[in-house]
Unconditional design. Structure first.
Length: 310
């Protein structure tokens, strides 16, 4: 497959793995890159020493392209740009903050920069900041969200109608059919988070993977819409059901036990961030199988549409 994104990233397929904190490290990201997509190493954990070690490990596990995400709300180290540049990274996504903060210095160092946006206003601000492209994130995706969430079906074509840079679609992407839909709406690549959390190479505890596999399409909750702090989409558990009924005034405190959830398997220790596509995932598969199946279905859907309607 050839388009602006494959040319820009140097990858076989325009499929990007989302930069989930603590999860998007070398084990998972290298599997995605080796399968022809683009693995991303996270910084949202804030553990830059560990992230540096993961980047070193990444280069031992793959010779394919990969990128790094700078999650501005969680990484406050003023040297993060130098950190990324020193690692020899060529592609960066920035998120959870002002695109003007890091875009200039990163581009001056020769990096390609995409910014994650949840609204049209955010997209236009990122374009003005000089980004090379956008990750357009719908409210159906998992993780920390804009409290005024907009579904990808509305947001993506709206932003595409106003900008001409490459767009990565995020939120609700899980298969070739959803990838084809995203391309019809104006994307040139897709990003998958929840699908990769459940991948065989994902380092999270099998209890979380099982919860995704067993989830219905209604088994996520959009929490903390009215703040303070970020809104988020998470799996329905006893803890999140209570938070939905009785909102907290400190949603980030609910994440203190995150490592016990992620790697210890205690699903009530924190909030399990997951997108609505959990309701469509029914098995754990290796990253290569996921990507191969997505691309096979994508081509099949595109061919069927052409045959039936053109």
């Amino acid at each position: 497959m050839k388009n602006r994104m494959t040319d820009l990233l140097g990858v076989e397929y325009p499929i990007i793995q989302a930069p989930m904190g603590w999860i998007a490290r070398a084990q998972l990201a290298s599997a995605v890159s080796n399968a022809g997509g683009l693995g991303i190493i996270e910084t949202s954990s804030g553990e830059l020493d560990e992230v540096r070690a993961e980047i070193i490990k990444m280069r031992q596990l793959t010779d394919k392209p990969f990128g790094v995400n700078i999650a501005q709300a969680f990484v406050r180290d003023p040297g993060v740009v130098d950190f990324v540049v020193d690692q020899g990274i060529k592609f960066v996504t920035t998120s959870a903050g002002d695109p003007n903060k890091y875009c200039g210095p990163l581009k001056a160092a020769g990096l390609t920069v995409f910014h994650v946006v949840p609204t049209l206003a955010g997209a236009l601000k990122a374009i003005d900041a000089g980004v090379d492209g956008l990750v357009v994130e719908g409210g159906e995706g998992g993780g920390f969200k804009n409290p005024k969430d907009v579904a990808l079906m509305v947001l993506l074509p709206l932003i595409r109608s106003k900008v001409d840079v490459p767009i990565v679609a995020a939120g609700g992407i899980v298969c070739g059919r959803t990838m084809a839909a995203a391309f019809a709406l104006g994307a040139e690549a897709v990003q998958m988070g929840t699908r990769m959390v459940s991948a065989a190479e994902s380092p999270v505890h099998h209890n979380w993977k099982d919860a995704i596999i067993n989830a219905k399409e209604t088994d996520t909750l959009f929490l903390n819409r009215h703040g303070p702090g970020p809104a988020l989409r998470a799996l329905r558990t006893e803890r999140t059901t209570k938070l939905d009924i009785e909102p907290t005034d400190n949603i980030m405190a609910e994440m203190r036990g995150v490592l016990d959830l992620y790697f210890g398997g205690d699903m009530e220790a924190a909030v399990a961030l997951s997108g609505q596509v959990a309701g469509r995932i029914d098995s754990v598969k290796p990253a290569k199988q996921i990507i191969d199946e997505v691309m096979d279905e994508f081509y099949a859907v595109m061919n069927d549409l052409r045959r039936d309607y053109l």
